[in-house]
Design a protein. Structure first.
Length: 132
């Protein structure tokens, strides 16, 4: 997990906030996005070395694919109005801040485990790159 991966996550999250999603509403997209970030974080918490990274790789690849599908659903929605964007921020700001803080902490921790671990988790980085 590189600095580039972390930056991609920020871009992805911003696009999801603006696009919205879910049961095909902006609110549902946000809920689905947060749920996926929780899944990624839970998987990253299991990574301790190259072997555990390899074990989590397929799960993370699946979550990255799900995030891509969520983004596509959000992109299909009409652009959120300023009022809708504000309502989403107000509703999810606290939870999103907590979830993203945990996610970023795990990304940074995993990055410190070395290049062998990062190589095993390349599927997550590649999936996030596709979200731009």
């Amino acid at each position: 997990m590189t600095t580039r991966s972390i930056s991609l996550c920020g871009v992805m999250l911003g696009s999801l906030l603006l696009a919205g999603c879910g049961g095909d509403s902006h609110d549902a997209v946000m809920q689905d996005s947060i749920a996926q970030f929780k899944k990624i974080t839970a998987s990253l918490k299991q990574v301790k070395d190259k072997d555990s990274a390899a074990a989590q790789s397929s799960a993370l690849k699946g979550v990255a694919a799900e995030m891509k599908a969520i983004k596509a659903r959000g992109d299909a929605l009409p652009k959120a109005t300023a009022e809708q964007e504000k309502a989403l921020r107000d509703k999810y700001e606290k939870e999103l801040s907590q979830v993203m803080g945990e996610f970023m902490g795990e990304m940074m921790r995993v990055a410190m485990l070395g290049p062998d671990v990062q190589k095993e988790l390349k599927s997550l980085e590649d999936g996030m790159k596709d979200m731009q």
